[in-house]
Design a protein around this ligand. Sequence first.
Ligand SMILES: [Zn+2]
Length: 107
Amino acid sequence: MPNAPKQYRPPGWKSPAERERSSPSRTHPGRKLYASQRWKDLRAVQLAQHPLCAECERQGRVTPATVCDHIEPHKWDLYKFWAGPFQSLCTSCHSAKTAKEPGAFGQ
Ligand SMILES: [Zn+2]
């Protein structure tokens, strides 16, 4: 019976679950903003006014939006957080966008 090759783990390697636990965004005090009623209302208004994903629309696709996204990263600046500007995005466009923003929410 052949030995299964051992998977190489560089020093300091963390599983995705461990990385998730140690991610600062999970404990960031600003996270509570996203749980606030004010944010839920703002998000509901944004999605009611712009029900389609803006990024998909630019690419000629029609996709229902589920995320109210800050067009510019707010970096937990309260003024930017509440004032926007915002755009509606679908989940996949939103995660693609946040993945490109170091330190952004969701990192
Ligand atoms: Zn999209």
